[in-house]
Design a protein around this ligand. Sequence first.
Ligand code: PBG
Length: 342
Amino acid sequence: SGPRAPGRPGAVPAPPNGPVIRPRRLRTTPAMRRMVAEHRLHPADLILPAFVREGITEPVPVSSMPGVVQHTRDTLRKAAADAAEAGVGGIMLFGVPLEKDARGTAGTDPDGILQVAIRDVKAEVGDDLVVMSDLCLDEFTDHGHCGVLDARGRVDNDATLERYAEMARVQAVAGVDVVGPSGMMDGQVRVVRDALDGAGHQDVSILAYTAKYASAFFGPFREAVDSSLKGDRKTYQQDPANGRESLRELALDLAEGADMVMVKPALPYLDVLRQVADAVDVPVAAYQVSGEYAMVEAAAANGWIERDRTILETLTGAKRAGANLVLTYWADEVARRLNRGE
Ligand code: PBG
């Protein structure tokens, strides 16, 4: 038998006027803290956003997101297989086409890069990883907006919806499990649902970008998709000043048939995440966006912050605020750390 347990010899009485109730009792050991933890990260809660670029033979690093690349078709397959092996819940695919034009034609081409990538990844991982695709035009348009423009150069809501319907159909034919309409056009969830159902894709689900803000934290993503956007997205994405407005977007998305809803970015909008989580009975996702990733990596690279702890703290914060799922560029790494018992 092993060494004798030490027990608690020689305890002295507590001082007379000390506190009776001591929250620190539940923080005494790692085992105690683990047992009473209210929230836990699990690899299956994490979704890995991934970029695939047409026509490259080597992955291209995204300089504002150290550790993130634009994948080739082959390295994307490998990344998806690795994520599945690590137990990551899903992958969200973004395509970067060779040719961009005003209507984002590559986004609806059955052989466009995003559709090809969906087929590749499904062939690689089958049903072991939920395969999701961004359903938006900004990666495919030469002006960089999430929709098509009218004669005066404004984003035309209803003309854009027709393009989204077509995107939904081609992504579904390619085999995607979940589409993520992220363009913040009014009525987009309904149009996508109808397009899917009308083409016999009733089982493809919709992760609605419900509360998506016109955020400076998307900056590095624009490099990741070679965006040519000039100006901003303030006529369609939400004003950071508005919280209650998200509940209106939420009610619409649910009425239009959203299966899951999302708040994006995560860290500056945890209050919105909490409000949304309290209001719904569908899964809620938070998107920890490119700028959140870049901010932590940059501070860590300078030695100003403890990288690994900070990453887990940001993700746990999103869960505590009500997220069931978190999209994060660290998904694969964090899943592996969790599997090792961190
Ligand atoms: C739109 C889209 C964007 C992001 C995800 N989907 C860019 C935008 O709205 O400007 C940003 C994600 C990130 O910053 O990590 N297709």
